[in-house]
Design a protein around this ligand. Structure first.
Ligand SMILES: [Zn+2]
Length: 284
């Protein structure tokens, strides 16, 4: 490489304006924000990929990172009620974008009648949230508005294709009974015309009681349950108890990006992996 070309390759590109300092809650939302920000900046991420959003303790360094933010993009208090106070007290300077408050989606309700916050697991809901993210970024950084809007358009095209791919992959899957680890997958199920028979834990992933576990076990033994999924929030131990000595299969659902590098590619890879998990566990 010529010395001049070498210099050009490593010379930082001049920025028109500083992109806002963005912090996000979970890895899939971080991935969507990264797609919209493109080369303009890098969003920060509070919970590493695969972390349990329902049960997480902020470290002092996380508090510092919140204090640096101009824009906090998070699913909302329905997913992480423990995060509402820290955002208000540690990031009073920041604009908040709680995605559950978006006008661009229709929430489902949990078995307890609350808003089910796990909406990012449907690419078309993610698509609506991408519009909200682009609008918030453009409001914070109007000079780069056209770039955010163009990146959002590209992302919506990707998400629409992803949605179609997953639907055609899972179409016609045997609608036998299956059990989900916690009540988090209704958006993904609903886009694919699937419906779980039961859930080991509730939408907040609270540990199941012994009575509920034995009900789950009775269901597997006496009904046509072909698959009992586990996930990072519940882990395999409850699932092992439920399926022990039966023919039920098991597979891992990963809704928070466990095992993937945080960044723009995480969202699509995670959703394709989830489609694989359903196809393998419910397929012939
Ligand atoms: Zn959850």
């Amino acid at each position: 490489m010529h010395r001049f070309a070498f210099l050009l390759a490593f010379w930082p590109a001049p920025l028109l304006a500083d992109a806002p300092r963005v912090i996000t809650d979970i890895a899939p939302i971080h991935s969507l924000a990264a797609l919209v920000m493109g080369d303009l900046g890098t969003a920060d991420l509070l919970l590493p990929p695969g972390a349990d959003a329902h049960d997480f303790a902020l470290r002092p360094s996380d508090a510092e990172r919140l204090g640096d933010a101009d824009l906090v993009i998070w699913v909302g208090p329905e997913l992480t009620p423990w995060l509402a106070d820290p955002i208000a007290t540690l990031a009073p300077q920041a604009t908040q974008l709680p995605l559950t408050a978006s006008a661009n989606w229709t929430p489902l309700t949990t078995h307890d009648g609350e808003i089910d916050p796990h909406g990012w697991l449907d690419p078309m809901i993610a698509s609506g949230w991408v519009s909200d993210i682009a609008t918030a970024l453009a409001a914070a950084d109007s000079e780069n508005k056209a770039v955010y809007m163009a990146n959002a358009d590209k992302t919506v095209t990707m998400l629409t294709a992803l949605n179609d791919d997953i639907q055609s992959r899972l179409r016609g899957l045997d609608q036998s009974g299956f059990i989900v680890p916690h009540d988090a997958y209704s958006y993904f199920e609903s886009m694919n015309d699937l419906e779980h028979t039961a859930s080991i834990a509730d939408a907040h992933a609270h540990a199941p009681g012994p009575g509920h576990l034995s009900e789950m076990r009775d269901l597997v033994v006496s009904n046509d349950i072909v698959c009992v999924f586990s996930d990072a929030e519940i882990g395999a131990r409850w699932v092992d108890v439920v399926i022990e000595g039966t023919d039920a299969r098991t597979s891992v659902l990963n809704g928070t990006g466990a095992g993937f590098d945080a960044g723009p590619d995480l969202y699509e890879a995670m959703l394709r992996q989830m489609a694989d998990a359903f196809a393998q566990c419910l397929g012939d």
